[in-house]
Design a protein around this ligand. Structure first.
Ligand SMILES: *Cc1c(COP(=O)(O)O)cnc(C)c1O
Length: 364
């Protein structure tokens, strides 16, 4: 049985009767930039997330970059974040001329170790960027308290957690700005690139819009160095269809994680939900000392699996000059032991049993 990491074809088959006519309508309307679907999607996303403002942009990377620029991040500043994440969490800090300061992770949640954050704060620290890795909400309350105490901004990297809940709020809505991505593999995904910034702050929202549109408040008058970062009309059409399904799809991911947990209990370390908020299982990630053996057996059985992330950011050549001296023992050990298994709302029970059987055999 050939099992992909994420079954986008099954999802397309489910949604095509709704997506195709809507896309064709938008093609014929010819308002490809700044069209009605972009505005409607922003309003629907803001309502969904329970925030005053949702500002779309071209990618999750741009969402982070623009959010960091909006809080005034620049040369000499520091941002505290995790090294166990996708590169964009920290590359965007460097793009602003600032320095990422990596703090180790909790070995069970894979998220920032909340006990180590305060010690990393210096007079240069401007913000904390927690990542809700694999869809598990970071326990933000203590981070918010630190931000308030030290005058820092809290920017959530919610690229993997859109739709997750924390403290009665949707992921991304708790901090000063929440950033998410609609890259095709994300929980809410477009048929290409896209991103979103959410906030309750009127002034920040205005700044985000200006930065995303060439630093311009009045057309052809440019106040600050900005970007051309837009969600296009066709992607907005697709996202509007899919946003209606997001909660259902995330429920399915949780049910699949439960099935995996039962199937794999005692064989490997299954994902740990710390009880703060509701996980949306962007990835279902196990830990094992025999990770490489499991990966080989799964690959031989034509079952996709992936190591997210094999090289933590402080070990990347890109950050060698600024962060090469750092050691993060938990992050480094996790990178050697983690393996993400196939997950998508469409994954079937018989497929989960098959994957469990192959892993049991590998370890048996
Ligand atoms: C995907 C992702 C991003 C970047 O999003 P893009 O839309 O691919 O630019 C940033 N941070 C994390 C944690 C991600 O998973």
């Amino acid at each position: 049985m050939n099992i992909p990491m994420l079954d986008l074809k099954a999802e397309y088959a489910l949604l095509r009767d709704e997506i195709e006519p809507a896309v064709i309508e938008a093609l014929a309307a010819c308002q490809y930039i700044g069209g009605p679907n972009v505005k409607a999607f922003e309003a629907e996303a803001a309502t969904y997330a329970g925030v005053k403002h949702a500002i779309s942009c071209a990618s999750g990377t741009d969402a982070l970059l623009i959010a960091l620029r909006a809080i005034g991040l620049g040369p000499g500043d520091e941002v505290i974040t995790t090294a166990f994440t996708f590169v964009a969490t920290a590359s965007t800090v460097v793009m602003c001329g600032a320095k990422p300061v990596f703090v180790d992770i909790d070995p069970r949640t894979f998220n920032l170790d909340l006990n180590q954050v305060e010690a990393a704060i210096t007079p240069a620290t401007r913000a904390i960027v927690p990542v809700h890795l694999f869809g598990q909400p970071v326990h933000l309350e203590p981070l918010k308290a630190l931000c308030d105490k030290h005058g820092l901004k809290l920017i959530e990297d919610a690229a993997q957690s859109f739709g997750a809940d924390y403290a009665g709020r949707k992921s991304g809505a708790y901090g000063d700005i929440g950033c998410t991505s609609f890259y095709p593999s994300k929980n809410l995904s477009a048929f290409g690139d896209g991103g979103l910034m959410i906030t309750d702050d009127d002034k920040l929202a205005a700044e985000l819009r200006v930065l995303a549109s060439h630093g311009s408040r009045v057309r052809y008058h440019h106040h600050v160095l900005g970007y051309n970062s837009r969600l296009d009309e066709i992607q907005a059409v697709i996202l509007r269809v899919k946003l209606k399904r997001l909660d259902h799809f995330n429920d399915r991911r949780r049910a699949i994680a439960d099935s995996y947990n039962r199937e794999l209990a005692g064989l490997v370390e299954t994902p740990f939900a710390d009880g703060h908020g509701r996980h949306v299982y962007h990835q279902y990630t196990i830990l094992s000392d025999r990770r490489d053996a499991i990966q080989k057996v799964l690959t031989d059985a034509r079952i996709a699996c992936a190591v997210y992330y094999p090289v933590p950011l402080h070990k990347q050549e890109m950050f060698a000059a600024t962060n090469g001296q750092v050691t993060l023992p938990v992050t480094e050990r996790t990178a050697q032991r983690c393996l993400s298994l196939p997950i998508s709302p469409m994954l079937r029970e018989d497929q989960i049993r098959h994957i469990g059987g192959v892993i049991r055999q590998a370890l048996g």
